[in-house]
Design a protein around this ligand. Sequence first.
Ligand SMILES: Cc1ncc(COP(=O)(O)O)c(C=O)c1O
Length: 389
Amino acid sequence: MTVDAQSKLPRLGTTIFTEMTALAQQHGAINISQGFPDILPPQGLVDAAIRALQNGVHQYAPMAGRMDLRDWICRHHAQRHGAQYDPVRECTIGAGASSLLFAAIQAFVRTGDQVVIQTPAYDLYSPAVTLAGGQITEVPLLTADGTWHLDALLDAIHPDTKLVILNTPHNPTGTVCPPGFLDALAEHLEGNKTLILSDEVYGPIVHDGTDEVSLAQHPALRDRGITFGSFGKLLQVTGWKIGWAAGPPSLTAELRKVHQYDVFSTGAPLQAALANFLPTKEGKDHLDGLPKMYQRKRDRLLAGLKGTSWKWTPAAGGFFQVLDARNLIDGNDGHWAREWTRTHGVATIPMSAFYTPHTPQLRVCFAKENATLDAAIERLRHIASDHAH
Ligand SMILES: Cc1ncc(COP(=O)(O)O)c(C=O)c1O
């Protein structure tokens, strides 16, 4: 018997992250490719998780998430963005921000709907839109001088555009939505029914005093969209896969219709641990210190590469740095990222996996222990000296 296994995503293969991580393991290379910290989470959080397990929290959490954790999320948005969300009707906890982004796209996008995505983009958006039957319009995130390209985005948005997906701080470029960008977007959307999904999983991680920008803080946009956050990124627990979505009741209700038959609910003991840990002094201190910690990591990486042929614009947010390899190689960053994993023992992500940059570029993750960073720096310096023209 033959079965009909015709692919709904024929152009999709294994992601570059899986490939580079496997290659790093095969060659014993330092892995600064995939976006996960090798820094341990706060001890108090780990203790809280152990306590939850010992105290018998083993059964399903509520579909929309534990109420005390949803309360914390709404307080977080109120304190950081001056935005009021109702934990009962406007906040949902899921299996990482990914599951909720996916649920939102399935909930809102119908066959033929136009969805605007700024590229390069986090790799979930596009297949999720395709599965929902949507039509993707890609616009460049950045102008030639590296600033957010407002005109490209606005030009692509028509009165019948269904959805715009934003991401700030941005993966993979490390840029942050500039002040004024959301005002211009809000003005452009006046009278439109267009929805916005704002992926803010690196939310508070901004560097050099850059302003944190959130859809939640924008009065005209707050009710047009959903903001997404991730405890994985905030607490060095990406493997826990717990994230949230906050948005007005009408949008939240639709998102939950998909969430309840996809994920339903996630990690009850881990939600308990988060809810118990975050309001503690250790929890508050951790979040307060987060941007500084990552800025120091970024600075350590860039100081270590000073005087080499690598070029860069320092990341303004998140935990990725783009390194420009134009002085080292002529093109094909994909070939060289693989080659350098084998020959120089350091795995990175070629930016050409995301889009076609003007110059060969690599994305590196600096959310690493100093020892990992230092070893990676040494190897990146070797690459630079071996490729000096
Ligand atoms: C931009 C962006 N959005 C969403 C996610 C997924 O977050 P989570 O691990 O909470 O699903 C990631 C993780 O790398 C990301 O970089």
